[in-house]
Structures are given as structure tokens and as C-alpha cells.
Design a protein around this ligand. Structure first.
Ligand code: PMP
Ligand code: GLN
Length: 414
């Protein structure tokens, strides 16, 4: 058998002069979990926004960086060094800060050196969770619409992704539907609250349903809580892990990118019982291995900010949410509620559109405002996925939101 790296096959993925590259590629057997899927909707829509000089309310990222104090701390740390491999599990500073944060906000007693893991963003954390916990042939349930990376990551682990559809307009978890999807191969349920893209926060009834089902079927619950501090009005974020008997079967993911508006820092944190965190660490050490020590320590510092930071952060986002919601309603859209996250969804049928992908493309090209289609948050097997919703991101300067609404109304109401 020929070694895959022998000179006949080496480097054929690189474009080479005189070689018909498309033919060479079509004979390769790339992993279809990735190669058969389109590029992620977020960079795709951001590229389209740049191409058409559109205001990008598609991909979720703030247009102003988080606190200068954190960036200064990071910069000084980088200059002072060391900038060598940090511990695989994360620096002791941030691990202690994550444990203290769990106590402060949720009353959880977390052992920093056994029950935390620092990852290169929640995205890598989720990949490490699925690769570390799932066996080939297992099944993992997630509620659709769902954050895009879950399905390919679960499938790359050799497991089957099982979507359980939530239904408009309430998008609530339905116990019977969930139970009907569980088989003897089910290992994991993935939940996301506050929810991207729906903007919903799971209520106590849904959390108790999840807890009861996880216990009854002996499942692990992967809790994507990256928007834990982006919760509005009277809504309250409650980690499933805090419910009775849940700690040992939950793994919770947070993201400094969301909490401190520093998505480019790539710092995520995982909390859970030691056996699960250790299994996840075993995958993480072969994926990201580690991340910048000075940047981790800057986030450790940020995690110690007083309540004032969170109050201001929430007030700023609430103002932006209300502004965008009013702007969209004034134009004539039916707008979904946003209890948490920085996303608002509109029903594009308000203007006679039926296809969210075509709508988002047209708004980018013609109105010069970018949104993302909600159908991208469904599994390719969900052929009946709704196509009437588009998501707008509101963590942008108020004047940017105003200009976007001006452009949309100019185009749609002309
Ligand atoms: N989960 C959800 C629900 C998200 O919206 C995102 C997007 N930012 C992530 C995970 C990934 O977060 P990170 O940027 O920390 O990788
Ligand atoms: N989570 C962001 C969103 O939903 C995007 C993050 C990314 O592009 N990876 O828009």
C-alpha cells in the first residue's frame, strides 16, 4: 500500500501550475462531514457584506471592543511574557477566576483545578466536548434551530446528530417530542440558553423537564451558556447544572468573547464534574492544546470586575435591542422577542418574501444591510425547516443601527 504522504500524493491539495486542480480535488476523498457542507453562514455573510459595502448585522460580533483595561492587561502580559505554552488545562489564575465566577453568579462550588478547563473559544470547547465524550454510533440530541457548529462537530466524532425541532411562535421545549427522540444510543442532549438565534431564555419549567429527562435516561447535558450575561428585562439565566442532581451530568460552557465583547481573544471556559472535564481535556490537548497565557490572565482579571460592569453592559445592550426592535417594527416587520443574546428575528413574509437566503442576499446587495437566514441553523436533513426568518444582530453603535434601519426602510418602503 502506498503511504499517503509519498511523493505521488503529497501536496496535491495545493494549486500547482499545469495541473487541472478541480479534477485532482474531485478524486480526493475529503471528510464529507466538512467537505459536503457549505462554508459557515457567518463568514459567508460577512464576506458578502464586505463585497457590497453593506452594514453587517449578520455575523454576531460587537463593533466596539470590550474594556480597554482588559486589552491593556493583555498587552502588558504579552510584552512581559512568558509567551510559551500555557498549562493544557488553563492558567491557574483564570481557572481560579472561573471557579469564583461560578460561585458569585450561581452559588456553585467548583474546584478550580479539577472542575474547570480553559479552551480556545466556546467553538473549540464544544468540539473537545463532543470528541471527548461521544463514541462512534452514539446519538446526540440538539434543538433546532441550533448553533451551526454542533452538527458537524458531533458528526465528526462519528455520532449521529438528532435534531428536535422547536416550533414558532413560542419555540418552547416539548417534553413528548424530546422523549420521542431518545433511543438507547442517546448519550448527550445539547442545550443553548440564552438561545442563538431565537433569543429565548429557558424557563424553570423547561429546565425541570430537561433535568427529569436527563436523569431518567442517564444522559449528559452539554449546556452552551455563552450568552449567560446577555439577559434582559426580568429574565434570569439559570444554569441547568444548579438544579438538584444535575451537576454530575452537566458540562457548562462560557465565552469571554461574549461576556467581555472580545470575540477575537478566543477564550472559553468549561465547568463540570471532574470525570467529564478530564475527558474533555483529553480531547482539548490534541486539538488546541492550549491558548495564550497572557490573554487568559487578562480574562482572569476581567472576571473579577464588579457588578457595575455587568449592569452597564446589560443596559447598553438593552438600549440597542429596543432601538433595533423599534426600527424594524416601524419599517413594518413582525419581530420576535429577544429575552437574551444580541439577536432579533424578523418574519420576512411581512414584505412578501418566502425565502430567507434570497432575502438576506437581496438586502445585502440592494439595501446594503446584512442579516443571516435562520434556515442555516437547521440540519441538512430537516427539509421542512422554516425559511421565513432572518436574524439581525444589535451589538452595534446606535448610529449604525439607525443607518441600517434608514437603508432598509428606503429600500423596502420605496
Ligand atoms: N455557542 C453559541 C450559541 C454561539 O452563538 C457562539 C458564537 N459566538 C459560540 C458558541 C462560539 O463562541 P466562541 O466565539 O467563544 O467560540
Ligand atoms: N456566534 C456568532 C453568530 O452567531 C458567529 C461566530 C462565528 O462566526 N464563528 O453570529
Amino acid at each position: 500500500m502506498q503511504h499517503p504522504n509519498s511523493s505521488d500524493t503529497m501536496n496535491t491539495n495545493q494549486p500547482q501550475e499545469g495541473i487541472d486542480h478541480s479534477k485532482t480535488e474531485s478524486t480526493r476523498r475529503f471528510n464529507p462531514v466538512y467537505s459536503a457542507r457549505a462554508q459557515s453562514i457567518f463568514p459567508t455573510m460577512s464576506a458578502l457584506a464586505r463585497e457590497h459595502n453593506a452594514i453587517n448585522l449578520g455575523q454576531g460580533f460587537p463593533d466596539e471592543d470590550g474594556p480597554l483595561e482588559i486589552r491593556q492587561y493583555a498587552a502588558e502580559g504579552i510584552l512581559a511574557g512568558p509567551n510559551q505554552y500555557a498549562p493544557v488545562e488553563g492558567t491557574p489564575e483564570i481557572r481560579r477566576a472561573v471557579a469564583a465566577d461560578n460561585k458569585r453568579f450561581y452559588g456553585l462550588d467548583i474546584d478550580p483545578m479539577r472542575e474547570t478547563l480553559i479552551v480556545a473559544g466556546a467553538t473549540e470547547g464544544l468540539a473537545s466536548i463532543f470528541l471527548g465524550l461521544l463514541n462512534p454510533g452514539d446519538e446526540a440530541i440538539a434543538f433546532s434551530p441550533f448553533y451551526e457548529c454542533y452538527a458537524p462537530q458531533i458528526e465528526a466524532a462519528g455520532a449521529r446528530f438528532v435534531p428536535v425541532a422547536l416550533e414558532a411562535p413560542d419555540w418552547r421545549i416539548d417534553r413528548q417530542r424530546l422523549e420521542a427522540a431518545i433511543t438507547e444510543r442517546t448519550q448527550v442532549i445539547v442545550i443553548n440558553s440564552p438561545h442563538n438565534p431565537l433569543g429565548r431564555v429557558l424557563d424553570t419549567e423547561e429546565l425541570h423537564t430537561l433535568a427529569a429527562i436527563a436523569e431518567k435516561h442517564d444522559l449528559i447535558v452539554v449546556c452552551d451558556e455563552v450568552y449567560e450575561h446577555l439577559v434582559f428585562d426580568d429574565h434570569k439565566h439559570i444554569p441547568l447544572m444548579t438544579l438538584p442532581n444535575m451537576f454530575d451530568r452537566c458540562v457548562r460552557i462560557g465565552s469571554a468573547g461574549k461576556t467581555f465583547s472580545l470575540t477575537g481573544f478566543r477564550v472559553g471556559y468549561i465547568t463540570g464534574p471532574e470525570p467529564i472535564v478530564t475527558a474533555v481535556m483529553k480531547a482539548h490537548q490534541h486539538i488546541a492544546y492550549t491558548l495564550s497565557g497572557p490573554i487568559q490572565n487578562a480574562i482572569a482579571h476581567a472576571l473579577e470586575f464588579g457588578d457595575h460592569y455587568y449592569t452597564e453592559f446589560r443596559a447598553g445592550l438593552t438600549m440597542r435591542r429596543d432601538r433595533l426592535e423599534k426600527g424594524l417594527r416601524d419599517i413594518g416587520f413582525e419581530v420576535g422577542r429577544c429575552e437574551g443574546t444580541y439577536f432579533l428575528n424578523v418574519d420576512i413574509r411581512s414584505f412578501g418574501y418566502e425565502n430567507d437566503v434570497a432575502f438576506c442576499r437581496e438586502m445585502t446587495e440592494k439595501a446594503k444591510v446584512t442579516a443571516v437566514p435562520i434556515s442555516a441553523f437547521f440540519h441538512p436533513s430537516e427539509t421542512e425547516a422554516p425559511k421565513q426568518f432572518a436574524r439581525f444582530c444589535f451589538c452595534k453603535k446606535p448610529e449604525v443601527l439607525d443607518e441600517a434601519m434608514h437603508r432598509l426602510s428606503g429600500y423596502l418602503l420605496q
